[in-house]
Structures are given as structure tokens and as C-alpha cells.
Design a protein around this ligand. Structure first.
Ligand SMILES: NC(=O)c1ccc[n+]([C@@H]2O[C@H](COP(=O)([O-])OP(=O)(O)OC[C@H]3O[C@@H](n4cnc5c(N)ncnc54)[C@H](OP(=O)(O)O)[C@@H]3O)[C@@H](O)[C@H]2O)c1
Length: 311
């Protein structure tokens, strides 16, 4: 208990130092001057969850929104709800051809783009060795088990890395050319910066797109890049699992962040041209990321507990 108290005290001290630095670093940012109704916003992954809530909130304030996902019936129903400023495309954000079609539509209808929200992603829920089909840590995986695990890893990469990559290379030139205040927001995850059992593939693939976009931010300083890293969110995200694994953590619909809240924080971050990582909630997850460097075993134990993983 005394150890735990000291850890929280250490966390408090880090927080007391970090908060003023954080506020100072963000004070100088340039606020957006676009009128709500002028803003042209593309949301990839808008048929459910956070992307859907972002689209609804932009539509309510009169922005022009283009909503994209693969499920036609969900996207067309949302478009009807969002009103006449809304355009929609059924498209897969991992497919170059689909993204070029979305880009052509936006150019034709709006002459350009100001804001891109990359919300689409897929989950993965099993411990890595379970993907090979072995029953115990001592058993070697066979050819087909290893192939199966590699195939699942490719699908996680496709949804969480290739999709954001294709989106970035498709839309960065158009944003740069056609907007006075271009912005890109990537919905990443706390899992991208804090390791977790049963989430290895998810964490690794979300981390790779986060690092990609953080590096793109340096390569394209004219675009404001924001990375939102939420903890568990309510909803049905786990249904997208590329490994169809069981859910071992507490019920996300009881304990998760509200999608409307995450969406609101995403839009506020873009409006305020807040660049860099926005961790939701900041406490304890932003600290967990730093504490991992200082006391990895503490974070490993907390992560095992959160995911009900025997340690
Ligand atoms: N839920 C959580 O606990 C949680 C926590 C932290 C971070 N996140 C991140 O938050 C983001 C949104 O998740 P959510 O909770 O809102 O989940 P969600 O309700 O499952 O939404 C995911 C969205 O992505 C779309 N999508 C997936 N693959 C796509 C593809 N290849 N092409 C186009 N669209 C695709 C889905 O639409 P279609 O299936 O119709 O294509 C859906 O609209 C994800 O990036 C996730 O990693 C989630």
C-alpha cells in the first residue's frame, strides 16, 4: 500500500510540473478563423461510434461534412440526419481507388478540404499466442497456426496502419493546396502508448499509425496534426475484432467514455489547433505512459488487472 501511495505521490508531482508546461506550450497556438458553415470536413469511419458523433456535431453547427465508411445503409441514414450540407460515400479507407473517388467528389462539390478526421479502426482482443491455436506456453506452434496468426496481424495492420496511411497520402496535398487552415485529426488510442495484454496487435498497429502521423506533422508543418488517444469508449468497437477474441475487460458500455464526449473533444482540439497528443482522460493515462519508463512493472500489473489477464 505504501508503495502504491508513493507511486500516486510521484504521479501527483509529475502532474503538478507537467500541467503548467502543457498550458504554456499550447498558449501560443493560432486559433482557427473559419466560420462553422465555411468549414469542409471529411470523416473517415463515420458509420458508428466516435466518427458518427463527430459528424452529427459538425452538422448541428452547420459545417459541410463528407461522411465515409463501408456500411452503406448506416452511412446513408446518417447523411439524411445530417441534412443538405452533408455528402457521403461508401468506401474502404484502405483502398486507394476508393479514397481517390472520395477526393474527386470533394473537389467537385466543395473545391477543397479543410479538416480530415481519421476515425476508422479495427480491434484485436486475443493474447498473441492464442492466435496460433496452441493451448499452453510450452507447446510449439505449427505452420498453419503461425500462418493464421500472421494473417490476423496483416488484417490488424490493414485496418489500423494501411488505412490511415492511404488516407494521409491521398488527402495531404489537397488539404495543403485548398485550405487556409488545414487540420488532420487521428483517433488513436491509449493502447498506442501503454502496453496491454490481449491488446498486443491492436496496440502495435495503433502505435504504428500514431508514429506515422506524428512524423508527418514534422514533414508538413503547415497542417495542424492532432492525435486523440482515448481510453475505453462505450459502443460496439469490439465487434470489429480481427481475431474475434472474447472481451475480458469491464463492460465498455458501463465504464467507457461517452462517444459524444470524445467527439466534442476532437472538434474542440481541431478548432483550437491543438497539436500533439490529447489523452482522454488525461489522468491517469497520460501519467501511465510516462510511469512506464520509470516503473514498468507497476504499469504491467495495472494493465493485467484492467484486462483480467492472469499475471
Ligand atoms: N472503442 C474504444 O474503446 C476505443 C478506445 C480507444 C480508441 N478507439 C479508436 O476510436 C476509433 C473509433 O472507434 P469506435 O469506438 O467509434 O468504433 P466503431 O463504432 O467500430 O467505429 C469504427 C468505424 O470505422 C469504420 N471502419 C472500419 N474499417 C474501415 C474501413 N476499412 N474503411 C472505412 N471505414 C472503416 C467503421 O465503419 P464500417 O464498418 O461501416 O466500414 C466504423 O464507422 C478507432 O480508431 C479505435 O481504434 C476506440
Amino acid at each position: 500500500m505504501a508503495v502504491l501511495d508513493s507511486l500516486y505521490l510521484a504521479g501527483g508531482i509529475v502532474a503538478a510540473t507537467a500541467i503548467p508546461i502543457y498550458i504554456f506550450a499550447r498558449l501560443g497556438r493560432k486559433l482557427r478563423v473559419l466560420n462553422s458553415s465555411e468549414e469542409r470536413v471529411l470523416i473517415l469511419g463515420a458509420s458508428s461510434g466516435v466518427g458518427r458523433a463527430i459528424a452529427q456535431q459538425y452538422a448541428r453547427r452547420g459545417a459541410r461534412v463528407c461522411i465515409v465508411a463501408r456500411r452503406a445503409e448506416k452511412i446513408s441514414a446518417l447523411a439524411a440526419e445530417c441534412g443538405k450540407g452533408c455528402i457521403w460515400e461508401v468506401a474502404d479507407f484502405t483502398a486507394a481507388e476508393d479514397m481517390v473517388r472520395v477526393r474527386d467528389t470533394i473537389l467537385r462539390k466543395w473545391d477543397g478540404l479543410d479538416t480530415l478526421h481519421v476515425c476508422a479502426g479495427v480491434s484485436a482482443l486475443q493474447p498473441v499466442m492464442a492466435l496460433t491455436g496452441v493451448q499452453s506456453a510450452e507447446q510449439d506452434a505449427g505452420n498453419s497456426g503461425i500462418e493464421n496468426a500472421a494473417d490476423i496481424a496483416r488484417r490488424a495492420s490493414q485496418g489500423n496502419f494501411i488505412g490511415p496511411f492511404v488516407a494521409a497520402v491521398t488527402f495531404i496535398p489537397m488539404l495543403t493546396r485548398t485550405s487556409t487552415t488545414p487540420s488532420i485529426l487521428l483517433v488513436s488510442s491509449v493502447a498506442a502508448v501503454v502496453p496491454a495484454p490481449t491488446r498486443a496487435l491492436y496496440a502495435a498497429t495503433k502505435a504504428s499509425s500514431l508514429l506515422l502521423f506524428q512524423s508527418l506533422a514534422i514533414e508538413h508543418p503547415g497542417i495542424a496534426f492532432t492525435f486523440v488517444l482515448p481510453a475505453t469508449i462505450e459502443g460496439n468497437f469490439r465487434a470489429s475484432a480481427v481475431d474475434a477474441g472474447p472481451v475480458l475487460e469491464a463492460d465498455p458500455n458501463k465504464y467507457g467514455l461517452k462517444t459524444e464526449y470524445v467527439a466534442k473533444r476532437c472538434i474542440e482540439a481541431v478548432d483550437g489547433r491543438v497539436t500533439g497528443n490529447v489523452v482522454l482522460p488525461w489522468f491517469p493515462y497520460a501519467l501511465a505512459h510516462h510511469l512506464y519508463y520509470l516503473i514498468p512493472s507497476f504499469i504491467e500489473r495495472r494493465a493485467a488487472k484492467k484486462y483480467n489477464f492472469p499475471s
